[in-house]
Ligand binder design. Structure first.
Ligand SMILES: [Zn+2]
Length: 288
């Protein structure tokens, strides 16, 4: 979608879930993995079921554009007045290694641009009301995956799928409840699914791994897409962030309803996020 006639009618949020790429995966051709149209619709049905009322309560119209025929290997979000759009292209859904949970995570990321709260993107098209890329990732496994998977057989899922042992251990030590553990593991594996796609498209030298967090430390919060390992770290930390998920996230204060104690796990990684406490020049703040 483009800006129309110089008027800012369409406000893009997410430039794309994936790194910019020229891949096209048309509907025609022999499927070699990826989702069927039925699976694509099933995932998008879940997003609509859970998020339509939430967005309506905020005065918006949650609108999932099911662009199955479109061969674009990506997804995006934008707003047109009260219409909060997710643009979900069939090309990405048909990507050979993408699974259902990975695609749910994509939809959760796009939803996170609308609902993830602070930090907001300051640089992109002045969409200061949009959560930035790192935050959209953080929101995905902090809230959206937990919310949508809450009533599924997550224990059964984890028991019948390959699971990373580092991830499993972290989830089991973070949560006492076995369903919460399983949602955490399932979310982490969905994150690994999409991280491997980032890896493919970016031709990264290293494979993403739960055991090798990105050592980078930004000097200011980065609003753009973080590196592959950094994105996996974000999904992973949000999945193990133990918090009160009923607390609504804040558009101005990133502490609200999230994990911000840097001595504990679950915080936004420093490879894209600079906490206020790291700014030595800031005036002392009231204790929270
Ligand atoms: Zn995005």
């Amino acid at each position: 979608l483009a800006l129309v006639g110089g008027f800012n009618q369409v406000q893009h949020l997410c430039n794309g879930f994936l790194p910019q790429n020229d891949l096209k995966i048309p509907v025609t051709g022999i499927r070699s993995g990826g989702l069927s149209q039925e699976q694509f619709n099933k995932i998008l049905d879940k997003l609509e079921k859970y998020y339509t009322p939430i967005v309506a309560a905020k005065g918006g119209n949650y609108h999932v554009n099911r662009l199955w025929e479109d061969e674009t290997v990506n997804a995006s979000a934008d707003r047109q007045g009260k219409i909060w759009n997710l643009n979900m292209y069939g090309g990405l859904a048909r990507y050979s290694s993408l699974g259902e949970d990975g695609y749910l995570l994509v939809g959760c990321h796009e939803t996170g641009h609308h609902l993830g709260g602070a930090p907001k993107s300051s640089g992109w098209n002045s969409s200061s009301w949009a959560s930035n890329e790192g935050e959209a990732d953080y929101y995905s496994t902090l809230r959206c995956m937990r919310y949508i998977l809450q009533n599924e057989d997550n224990v059964g899922y984890v028991n019948s799928h390959p699971v990373d042992l580092v991830l499993r251990q972290s989830c089991e030590s973070a949560y006492a409840d076995v369903n919460a553990q399983s949602i955490c593991i399932r979310s982490g594996m969905a994150a690994m699914n999409v991280a491997m796609i980032f890896h493919d498209l970016k031709k990264d030298a290293e494979l993403p791994n739960f055991n090798t967090p990105d050592p980078a430390q930004v000097t200011e919060t980065d609003d753009s897409h973080p590196a592959t390992q950094c994105r996996l770290d974000t999904y992973y930390q949000a999945a193990i962030c133990v918090h009160e998920a009923k607390t609504e996230l804040s558009d101005s204060d990133y502490h609200v309803g999230t994990c911000t104690d840097e001595s504990l796990s679950g915080v936004r990684p420093r490879c894209w996020f600079l906490p206020n406490s790291s700014l030595q020049t800031l005036a002392p703040q009231a204790s929270r």
